[in-house]
Design a protein around this ligand. Structure first.
Ligand code: PFF
Length: 433
């Protein structure tokens, strides 16, 4: 149970609350949602199982586990995991900082009365000293949890944070269902069906990026946790639970955000910028509801901060556990050194939102998907016996293991390869244009 909650804590994060809303609003509609769910089930799930097997069967940190399973030729994969985790955490902490500031603001001051006010406020918290401070404080909190250890820090946090988060989200979901334009909100962003969007490169890139980022597979975070798993736990069921919770939270968050957006006519703000949905549209919409709106804003940003920190700790665990495993360092030393390096690396993202968006597209998109492909190849083709032996040895039925292995060999690699190529081309095009 501790493992499932920690892994779900890693999966459920700002990507569900912020990324899902913003990618779903970029025009893909129902086609985006369908592709996203298909990729999660058919592609990410077998890879997630592979990642758990790699962690448990080797007992090593992400830097070393690929070499243990595949030989020296797989060393670059360990480095890819480290690069992705460090790169993502460097800007994720900045987003956490904005979330924390929005929480404090909702607690202490009235919400902005109109879009212009919200934009001005957002500019304040997302630039200069304020943004840097939020970034550093968030990293320090993350470091404190990870330094306390996987059991005493990370598991202890996720045990209470995850159920609380779920309850708060459920409350918001019910509240949002009674907003005047709730149906319109679901309809415009989540249910609008246009089959031609299924082959639209931007929709495909959004769906792949969202699926991999949201589950958080292909990066070694779940691998690092799985190194602590015992031989008896049923990995496929645990992976399915993590994927189920993550997808549910993404959809639920969309069902909170979009009714607010539709009810207060904020559609343009949401699709106009990466950060618009959460940090600008939501507070403005809630402002018109007076005190009740402020309570909702406080609950929402608190929930988002909890979701973010339980993800950030898993990202930090990747380089920290690797230093501990590879160099024999003490945990606090490894953690604080990583925090210092990541703090510096995140400064450009803290000072410039467009740098942050590029970091997200590169690390959260392309590198993460590439890691997923490599993971599928490692356990599907290089070390399939390890996959089978670990799963069957822990009591999974052979037919289930066979089906998972089939998907890992024949479905995940080609699908991820297509997703990766489409994503790289679409990204290059959008950067060039
Ligand atoms: N899954 C997290 C989210 O949706 O916000 C982000 C994340 C966490 C990505 C851990 C990658 C990872 F290893």
């Amino acid at each position: 149970m501790g493992f499932v909650l920690a892994a779900a804590g890693s999966a459920v994060g700002l990507g569900n609350l912020w990324g899902f809303a913003y990618r779903a609003s970029q025009g893909g509609g129902g086609a985006f949602v369908l592709l996203y769910v298909l990729i999660v089930l058919a592609v990410c799930l077998p890879v997630l199982v592979a990642e758990m097997v790699l962690g448990r069967s080797t007992g090593h940190a992400p830097l070393i586990a690929p070499v243990t399973a595949g030989g020296r030729g797989w060393r670059p994969l360990g480095w890819l995991f480290l690069a992705s985790a460090v790169g993502i955490l460097s800007y994720y902490a900045v987003l956490m900082g904005w979330t924390g500031r929005s929480l404090l603001h909702a607690l202490m001051d009235p919400l902005p009365a109109d879009i212009a006010g919200a934009e001005a406020y957002f500019k304040g918290i997302s630039s200069g000293g304020d943004a840097v401070l939020g970034h550093l404080v968030s990293l320090a909190l993350t470091g404190a949890v990870v330094a306390a250890g996987v059991r005493a820090g990370i598991e202890r946090l996720t045990r209470w944070a995850m159920p609380l988060l779920f309850l708060m989200l459920l409350g918001l979901l019910i509240w949002a269902a009674f907003l005047p334009a709730a149906r319109e909100g679901y309809g415009t962003f989540l249910l609008r069906w246009d089959a031609s969007k299924l082959s639209d490169p931007a929709t495909i890139r959004n769906a792949f990026t969202q699926a991999f980022f949201s589950i958080g597979t292909g990066i070694g975070a779940i691998l690092a946790y799985a190194a602590y798993l015992d031989r008896h736990s049923g990995i496929p069921g645990e992976a399915a639970a993590v994927v189920g919770m993550d997808t549910a939270v993404g959809l639920m968050a969309g069902c909170v955000t979009f009714p607010v957006v539709a009810s207060f006519g904020l559609g343009d703000v949401v699709s106009g910028s990466t950060v618009g949905a959460l940090f600008i549209a939501l507070p403005t919409g809630l402002a018109s509801l007076g005190a009740a709106g402020r309570v909702v804003a406080v609950v929402f940003f608190l929930l988002a901060y909890l979701a973010a920190i339980t993800s950030a700790v898993s990202l930090l665990e990747v380089p920290a556990s690797s230093l501990i495993d590879r160099l024999g360092w003490s945990r606090p030393r490894a953690v604080w050194l990583c925090v210092a390096a990541i703090a510096v690396l995140g400064l450009p993202s803290a000072l410039n939102v467009s740098v942050l968006e590029r970091m997200d597209a590169l690390f959260g998109g392309v590198l993460l998907i590439a890691g997923g492909l490599a993971m599928a190849l490692l356990l599907g083709w290089r070390a399939p016996r390890r996959y089978r032996a670990d799963l069957e040895g822990s009591g999974s039925p052979p037919q289930l293991v066979g089906a998972l292995l089939f998907a890992l060999r024949w479905v995940s690699p080609p699908a991820i390869a297509v997703g990766l190529v489409v994503s790289v081309i679409d990204l290059a095009r959008s950067w060039a244009g």
